[in-house]
Structures are given as structure tokens and as C-alpha cells.
Design a protein around this ligand. Sequence first.
Ligand code: ZN
Length: 193
Amino acid sequence: MKTACEACGLIIDIEDDSEGYTLVCPRCSNVVKGRSSMLHSLVFSLSAVFLMFPAMLYPFLKIRINDSMLTATLFESVAALNSEGYVPAGIAVFLTAFLIPLLYLLLISYVSLEAVSGLRLPFSEPLAHFIHKLHRWHMVDVFLVGILVSVVKLVDMADVSFGIGFYLLSAICFFLITAEIYYDSKVFWRRYD
Ligand SMILES: [Zn+2]
């Protein structure tokens, strides 16, 4: 059986096709992953899914002006954008910072689970295709940078601090990127050869 190095494209022969292998590319030293990488992908994507709901419910920013404390959660931000008339912006934030990342993580978990367990789960083939379409549309990292920019802008005007939601979002971002690094669609598709 053969596989391709993701970094340099070199075609490498695999003697053991049990998919539990880990190879080092002889040309560029990139680690070519096997089924074990899908287990990592499953663990990190599920961890991010579990953090998603508390991250949306706890405030990511706390702003103290005079004696009153304002807090902002993601859902409150979306509602505020909608009520101010910025409905497309509200919808874009809701989709790219919550709904699409959640769907993307659930799909990665589902396809990784199939690759790890060896089961044939329903609709896994079209869902594995769909992962690649979604992958450019999750923007938790962009949202996180947006929060940092607003803190920098507000810090001279008010007493601004990060809330629990910010730290949870940071953890989600880390888990999501790590799940993406370990997710190896070749391991999934090889089973359908
Ligand atoms: Zn290589």
C-alpha cells in the first residue's frame, strides 16, 4: 500500500497496512500519520465540542464604566448587533463563531470515530466531503483576535477585563487547530478503496 507525504508529496510505501503506523518521510522528515492520529483528532475535537456551550454562555469581556459592570457573551453580542440594525453582521458572527465551528467539530468527531472504531457509520462519506467545504468558514480564531482588538481600543476608556468565555474560546481554538492537524482524511478514505 502507498501513501503520500502531506508536506512534500513524496509517495511512500507502507508495508504494514493495519493503519496503526506512524512513518517519518525520508525526504522531508514530516510525520506521516496513521489511524492513531485520528484518535488524537477525535479526542481534541470532542473536547472542543464540550467547551463550546459554556464558552458561548459565559462573558468573554467585562467592562466597568463608573460603577456599572457590562458583560458580553457571544449570544448577547449577536443580539446587540441585530437590535442595532446590523443584522447581516449578527448572522455572520453567529455562523462563523458558533454554528459552523460546532458543526465542523461534530463532523470531525464523527469521521474520526469511524476511522478509529473500524465501524461503518451512516452518511460518513458525504460528511467527510462536507468537512473540506466547511473548513474555510469556521472563524473562532478571527473572533478571538476581534476581542483582543476591542480590548486594546477600550482599555483607555474603561476598565476592561477578560471573562471566562475568552479563556474557554482560547481553549476551543487550540483544540480545534490541534484536531485539524491530527485529522487525516487519507486514513478515512483508504477504507473505501
Ligand atoms: Zn515529505
